[in-house]
Design a protein around this ligand. Structure first.
Ligand SMILES: *[C@@H]1O[C@H](CO)[C@@H](O)[C@H](O)[C@H]1NC(C)=O
Ligand SMILES: *[C@@H]1O[C@H](CO)[C@@H](O)[C@H](O)[C@H]1NC(C)=O
Ligand SMILES: *[C@@H]1O[C@H](CO)[C@@H](O)[C@H](O)[C@H]1NC(C)=O
Length: 312
């Protein structure tokens, strides 16, 4: 009597255990008419496909921990199409500054934003030093496999109201497109808000070296060489007007570039109150990077952007 009684739980465990096992892994064999479904184990899935396109790269180089750095970078990450990865190259100070922001840390954690120190020996603390860095072939080689390099500085902005996106400009396939230097120019445009093709630049820089301190700044020097390269495709000054506005007015560009950290505003674009009203209506976020305020808004402030129009 003792034997069978103590075996009861073991037998029923084996019976129900087997049933459960069969039901779980092959229910159609036990219950006719049921469909066998694949059992997915959450958290042990294959890794998600990389959401970023490695042929594209948005790059901001900034060594100063400016107050508008974080909001500007976050704005760019929301208006550049989502498959673009971002790289921030900074100093210890500017990197620590952006990493204070919770949303920035979130983007670093999920791989949207990479952060790295400006490599030793690559200086960015003056226009000449930046030009030396941006004309080094090893600088572009370090960004491979990226091909489409979007460079933006802290005195530029993409307008959320723009009907075209950065990808529309990638589609056009230009070797270089920047802020137009003049409606009649054959090619060339400002490098501070600019889309450039890495393979074409590597080709130029494998054969030619810029003379530090003597040669023109990087955008001028590089576009002059790209413009003479047989397979390069250059945007001319008229085509560039709708890409970015610096000194040639256009009502609805993709973005704006100013000069010298927002302290230099060209009179052709900013001189008249009517022009400023139109810009602020189309692209209100441009105010993030203007250190000064326009005349009408200046009451009670001690600075006025009209002071900065060089040729008004
Ligand atoms: C990445 O972008 C390039 C340029 O637009 C495109 O040709 C390519 O198909 C894209 N790659 C993927 C995996 O979507
Ligand atoms: C940045 O910080 C690291 C680690 O704290 C230090 O080793 C390095 O020297 C610093 N670099 C600069 C340029 O200050
Ligand atoms: C710029 O390119 C456009 C389109 O290809 C062309 O119609 C125009 O004549 C060109 N302008 C100049 C100044 O070369």
């Amino acid at each position: 009597m003792l034997g069978p009684r103590s075996c009861g739980p073991v037998i029923s465990f084996m019976f129900f255990g087997t049933l459960t096992f069969l039901l779980f892994f092959n229910p159609s064999r036990i219950l006719p008419g049921t469909i066998s479904v694949e059992i997915r184990h959450p958290f042990s899935e294959k890794p998600a496909p990389n959401p970023y396109n490695e042929t594209k790269l948005a790059l901001l180089i900034e060594n100063r921990p400016q107050p508008h750095l974080t909001p500007l970078l976050l704005h760019f990450m929301s208006v550049v199409p989502p498959e673009w990865p971002f790289l921030f190259m900074g100093s210890n100070e500017s990197i620590a500054h952006i990493q204070r922001s919770a949303p920035i840390r979130g983007y670093i954690d999920n791989g949207k934003l990479s952060v790295q120190l400006i490599p030793k020996g690559m200086l960015v603390d003056s226009q000449e030093h930046l030009s030396q860095t941006m004309t080094r072939v090893d600088f572009y080689q370090s960004l491979l496999p990226a091909e489409w390099l979007f460079i933006f500085q802290t005195d530029s902005i993409i307008c959320a109201n723009s009907a075209v996106s950065l990808n529309d400009w990638v589609e056009k396939g230009f070797s270089w497109v920047g802020a137009s230097w003049g409606q009649d120019t054959k090619y060339g445009g400002n490098g501070g808000f600019n889309l450039r093709r890495i393979s074409h630049l590597i080709k130029v820089l494998s054969h030619q070296n810029r003379n530090a301190d003597d040669d023109p700044l990087e955008d001028w020097w590089l576009t002059d060489r790209l413009g003479h390269m047989p397979n390069a495709k250059m945007a001319n000054g008229t085509e560039e007007m709708s890409f970015s506005v610096e000194k040639v007015p256009y009502p609805t560009p993709l973005g704006y570039h100013t000069g010298w950290s927002g302290n230099l505003l060209m009179a052709q674009v900013w001189g008249e109150q009517e022009q400023r009203d139109q810009i602020f209506e189309y692209c209100p976020e441009i105010k993030i990077m203007l250190p000064l305020v326009p005349k009408r808004e200046a009451e009670g402030c001690y600075k006025d952007i009209s002071d900065s129009f060089p040729w008004s």
